[in-house]
Each structure stands twice: as C-alpha cells, then as structure tokens.
Design a protein around this ligand. Structure first.
Ligand code: NAD
Length: 352
C-alpha cells in the first residue's frame, strides 16, 4: 500500500545550450529590479560578463563567494546588496555561490536567479547553510529557493575533470538517499532513478572528453533531477556523515561524498532492498554499492578518505559525531556499524 505526501515548491527552469543569453529577459521577468551578481573570485569573469549583458539591470558584482558560506562573507554580501539597492540576486557558480545568494535571501527576501555551473544541486533546494566560528548551521526555508534557474551546459565546459567527477558523484548521492528517504514519494523516486541514469552515462564521457557538449548537457540534466530530489525529501546517514567529516575535518565537499557513497550504500543494503534494486538497475549493474564504487573509479574521483586529508586517528570521533542526533535512515545508525563504514571508506576498499 502506498502512502505519501507530495509537496514540491516549483522554480522556473530554463534549460539548454546557450540559454545564459536569456539572463536579461529572465531578470526582467522576475520584476524585482537590478541584480547583485555573485560569484567566487575564480569565476569573476563570468560575473562581469553577466553584468555587461544585464546593463541597467545590473546593480553590481560581488565576487567573494567561498565554500560553506562564512558568516563574515554573508554579512559583507548582505551589506553590499543593500548599499547597491539590489532587487534580486543572480548567483553564477556552484553550491558556494548559490549558498551566498541564499544567505542574502534568508535575511532580505530578495529573489534569487541561479545559474549553476557545477552539479551540486543547491539551486533546486530550499536548504541554506551558514558557517560561524567553524560550525555550519543549516536549515530549510522556501524563501531561499531560487525563483528561476538557468541551466546552460556551455558554462560547464570549463569545469575541469577533477571537479566535474566528484561533483557528479555528489549529485548521485542526492538521488540515492532520495530513494530510501522516510518521506520519499513516487515522483521523486522517478527523478532519482533518471538522475542516476543520466549522470552515470555522462560523467565518464565528461571527464574523458571535456569538450563533448552533449555529455555536459546530459550531466547537467542529471544534476537538475538530483537537486530536485535533495530539495524535496530528507537525507540519511550518507549526508550526515559527509557533513560531519566536511565540517569537523575540513575535507573537500564533493570528494567526501564520492568516497563515502559506496560504503553508505553497503551500510543500508539489507535495510533498503527496493532502493538498492533501483540504483543497480539505473547503473546497469548487479550491486548498487559496487557499481557506485566502480563509477567513481571510472571518473578518476578519489576513492579513499586517507587520500583527501582525513586523519586516521579521527575515525572514531567521526563515527561518534555521526551517530549523535542521526537523521532518519533505513538501517538504525549505531556506532559500531558507522565505525566500520568509515574505516572501509578510509582505506578505500571496494565494498564486498
Ligand atoms: P563550489 O561552488 O565551491 O565550486 C568549487 C570550485 O569550482 C570553485 O572554485 C568554483 O569557482 C569552481 N567552479 C564552479 N563552476 C565552475 C566552472 N563551470 N568552471 C570552472 N570552475 C568552476 O563547489 P560545489 O561542489 O558546487 O558546492 C559546494 C558547496 O555547496 C558546499 O558548501 C556544500 O555544502 C554546498 N551545497 C549546498 C546544497 C544545498 O542544497 N544548500 C547542495 C549541494 C551543495
């Protein structure tokens, strides 16, 4: 017997090669006035190009976005938006830049137009995050869900294989956890399965032939689906562990997701057989955990925590922190099981 609640906040999504040319029309359509344009320092050129394209509709550029939205950066961005009299935010970049837009929206209610250039998926979620004194706080608020999202695969052509691979695996992690979420629903499961299919077939091409625009488009399509899944349903042990490891040991976000995912799947294997079958089918393999591990290897992404800066003497602390206030998860989250999971992820062994 099926029982579910489907309560999906909608965004306007404009998808296709060259769609960034519609930016001015889309800002006009929001009807909120001129935009503050956000980016990381590395992507300032893209932000400045957008400002030129917007002309009178650009209030200014703020190119100081960094990972995990430090509160000081958020404050400076909020002050700049107010000083420039911005009516909306245009965030061009990955999760860090879109996260900064959300920090502005959370306080001011300014609408966000997101132009994602990675596969992290933040543009489709009402989830915000802010880091103060080394502690990252997150929450959900529909105010921060971008009103419009422009997905232009051409903007991802510059995403190097070393960022694209882990970023795509991060997106697959959203899909996997959506399939066994306690508050999942059939529409979101369809999105999740299709997201895994699209990312699994495109990512190996994206890293092997970075100029292949069809593969870039397919990967971005998968990322849209994955972001929608993350925004709509809850996350489990995988995301909890990644947040703990990222926050406590300052490990790189997408890489942690890549390394943990096969082991989180193996951890939940017996408790969520239907989700595992869907993941394995989407990958075209027998076993979901092994299939994800092999995909990460095929895209040249890291496979072991020891290779991305995790100290071996931190494993017990990580398992302890991840078992405190656990998120709902198909298999009960207990210390011994989680310690075993992180030990295997530390070594980078293929799940049995
Ligand atoms: P990121 O935004 O930090 O970008 C990583 C690097 O790649 C940056 O230097 C950026 O300038 C560069 N970059 C991005 N796109 C590029 C492109 N097309 N070409 C060249 N360089 C490019 O990384 P991310 O993985 O997208 O985001 C990670 C952050 O997002 C984390 O803080 C994570 O917690 C957050 N996140 C939030 C949500 C949410 O729903 N709130 C979802 C996913 C991730």
């Amino acid at each position: 017997m099926r029982e579910f609640i489907y309560d999906q906040a909608a965004s306007r999504v404009v998808f296709g090669t060259g769609t960034v040319k519609c930016l001015a029309d889309e800002v006009k359509r929001l009807g909120a006035g001129p935009a503050i344009i956000l980016s990381t320092p590395e992507q300032r050129t893209s932000a400045e190009a957008a400002a030129r394209q917007l002309g009178q509709l650009a209030a200014g550029v703020f190119a100081e976005a960094v990972m995990h939205v430090p509160i000081e950066t958020a404050r400076r961005a909020r002050e700049t938006a107010a000083r420039l009299n911005a009516g909306c935010c245009v965030a061009i970049g990955g999760g860090s830049t879109i996260g900064l837009g959300k920090a502005i929206a959370l306080e001011s209610g300014l609408p966000i137009l997101a132009v994602p250039t990675t596969y992290a998926g933040s543009e489709m979620t009402p989830i915000w995050g802010l880091t103060e004194d080394g502690v990252k706080k997150t929450g959900r608020d529909r105010k921060v869900l971008p009103k419009t999202v422009i997905y232009d695969p051409e903007l991802t052509l510059t995403l190097p294989p070393g960022i694209a691979g882990p970023s795509g695996m991060n997106a697959i992690a959203h899909c996997v956890e959506g399939l066994y979420a306690h508050d999942g629903n059939p529409i979101i499961s369809l999105f999740a399965a299709e997201g895994i299919r699209a990312l699994a077939r495109s990512l190996p091409v994206v890293v092997r032939e970075p100029e292949d625009i069809a593969a870039r488009s397919d990967a971005l399509y998968g990322a849209w689906l994955a972001g929608t899944v993350l925004g709509a349903v809850s996350i489990g042990i995988h995301h909890k562990l990644c947040h703990t490891l990222g926050g406590t040991f300052n490990l790189p976000h997408a890489e942690v997701h890549t390394v943990i995912l096969p082991h989180a799947i193996a951890f939940n294997r017996q408790a969520a057989p239907e989700a595992m079958r869907i993941v394995a089918d989407a990958l075209g393999v027998e076993d979901a955990a092994q299939g994800i591990y092999d995909l990460a290897a095929a895209v040249g992404a890291p496979l072991a925590l020891k290779d991305i800066g995790m100290p071996e003497d931190g494993l017990e602390r990580a398992a302890d922190l991840a078992t405190r206030n656990p998120y709902p998860n198909p298999r009960p989250v207990e210390y011994a099981g989680v310690l075993d999971l992180v030990r295997k992820a530390y070594a980078g062994v293929r799940p049995e």
